[in-house]
Design a protein around this ligand. Structure first.
Ligand SMILES: [Zn+2]
Ligand SMILES: [Zn+2]
Length: 501
């Protein structure tokens, strides 16, 4: 017999008073502001002082997350109710009186609670009454939500910052949960704790990070613990889906994703990406033009069967792992084919404390996303929209904005415009904090002939030019390079005459 069952049998005065179970809606809560799936409510009276009781409720099939919000009256009379939970088989944790909200899923749980399978059947809230005065009574109210979407996307239900802004982050990093390592206390190489990754990212001034350990989802539980502490650094659930024929990152999903791609007769890359998208996430090809073979097994993008690239949202055009490996050619091949894949970057950090001069240092490169707020949903939407540039210098202030206007409409980085042949568009580039730099305007990936790069003095500058459409499909984007030609900023295109995404 397990310890928990034994202990329950010895609980005296187990009483369930006036419990009202109401099935409010089906099991698809959108967020914690949505209607709960179940409300459990009841009264506790003075006779229950220093007792425990259980409130049972039914969990249907196909639930992968349970979220609970708990409140009660009488705190002004010093009534205290403590909270815990048990599934049909075992104890899943207690938070005493210190948490009024918690979530438990297959991969992660609020500290105090155990992640793991969410079996269907009768679960119980475990309520303890450390204090209630003899004449007092207290009404408790527990809201239960199944598969709460906001908590499947990330580890904070509320945005960490409000307002449209360019938010800066690193979208590719590894920890102890895969092959990330760093020096231990005694100077030996050791699996590197997730905390150090978050701490270094916070030190570098980043607004968000995605920790993308290879195929596994075991880092999410720790990320959920860390998020309230790192309340200015958004932690995005990520994984690097690592196949024998290429790697791709997925973002914004905490549920299990089968990664076991085979050459034929089983799971394909398309199947994996469809699963990610169906669960609300996005996918982005990593270090596509990395060497492969025995130099770096599985690193090059060489899927055994053709992949439907339109299911992907992005491509990691700058990978910091090998001193800023660039996959611009692979990206531009997709653009030539008419796909609008957003260029993003990632450090591919495997050693959290690495200093800025080392390959793969956190924040090198930084992906800068124009988003309406600092939340997982808004950052992913910004990437989907292509409102993104890559800062290879990990600065806090460099900016690259691109606007293309015809008479009636305007498009910025990531947007598209339909422009007839012969029509002249106005192009405006906004470049901030790039001293002695040259701004290159590229059409279809090439410096526009015959115009030369435009110099940027280093302050806050707006550069203007024009371009005449031939009515065909083109993409216009900008890069900023230093006086030695080294890439500083890489912007996403404005798409001319592309089909809608
Ligand atoms: Zn990789
Ligand atoms: Zn990686």
């Amino acid at each position: 017999m397990d310890l928990f069952r034994a202990s329950l049998q010895h609980v005296h005065n187990v009483s369930v008073l006036l419990v009202f179970l109401c099935l409010v809606s089906s099991a698809h809560a959108q967020s914690n502001s949505s209607a709960p799936d179940l409300v459990l409510a009841g009264q506790v009276t003075g006779s229950q002082d220093k007792t425990h009781f259980e409130v049972p409720f039914e969990v249907p099939a196909n639930v992968h997350r349970i979220s609970v919000d708990f409140d009660y009256t009488g705190k002004d009379e010093k009534t205290v109710l403590n909270l815990g939970i048990a599934d049909p088989e075992r104890f899943r944790g207690t938070s005493g009186g210190n948490k009024s909200h918690f979530t438990i899923s297959e991969t992660d749980a609020t500290p105090s609670y155990l992640p793991g399978l969410i079996p269907r059947g009768q679960w119980k809230l475990l309520i303890a009454v450390p204090n209630i005065r003899p004449q007092s009574s207290s009404a408790y109210h527990a809201e239960i939500r199944f598969n709460a979407r906001a908590e499947d996307r990330g580890f904070s239900v509320a945005p960490l910052a409000e307002g449209t802004h360019w938010y800066r982050g690193d979208l590719h990093m590894h920890t102890a949960h895969s092959d990330g390592s760093c020096m231990s206390q005694s100077g030996k190489r050791a699996p590197c704790p997730v905390f150090l990754t978050a701490q270094k990212a916070a030190e570098r001034g980043l607004d968000f990070i995605a920790i993308t350990d290879h195929n596994t989802d075991s880092h999410y539980d720790e990320m959920r613990e860390l998020q309230p502490y790192f309340d200015r650094l958004l932690l995005i659930p990520g994984r690097e889906i690592t196949t024998f024929w290429g790697h791709f990152n997925i973002f914004g999903v905490t549920q299990f994703i089968d990664y076991r791609v085979v050459e034929r007769g089983g799971l394909s890359v398309d199947d994996v990406v469809k699963d990610v998208v169906a669960k609300g996430g996005i996918a982005s090809v990593n270090h596509a033009d990395s060497p492969g073979g025995e130099v770096c097994m599985g690193c090059a993008w060489e899927p055994p069967v053709p992949v439907n690239m339109s299911e992907f949202t992005g491509i990691e055009v700058i990978n910091g792992g090998r001193l800023m490996l660039s996959s611009a050619d692979v990206w531009e091949k997709q653009l030539r084919a008419g796909l609008r894949l957003t260029a993003i970057g990632g450090s591919d950090n495997h050693n959290a404390p690495a200093d800025a001069a080392q390959a793969g240092a956190i924040g090198y490169p930084t992906t800068v996303v124009d988003a309406r707020e600092l939340s997982v949903t808004a950052i992913l939407d910004g990437i989907r929209a292509g409102h993104v540039f890559i800062d290879l210098t990990a600065s806090h202030d460099k900016l690259l904005e691109l606007d293309v206007r015809d008479g009636s409409s305007e498009a910025r980085m990531g947007d598209s415009l339909a422009i007839r042949s012969g029509e002249v568009v106005k192009i405006e580039l906004h470049v901030v904090a790039c001293p002695q730099a040259a701004v290159h305007l590229l059409v279809d990936g090439k410096d526009r002939e015959p115009s030369a790069p435009m110099p940027a003095a280093g302050g806050d500058e707006t550069l203007k030019t024009t371009w005449t459409s031939d009515g065909g499909r083109h993409w216009i984007r900008a890069e900023v390079r230093d006086s030695a030609g080294k890439l500083l900023l890489l912007g996403n295109p404005v798409y001319i005459n592309f089909a809608a995404r």
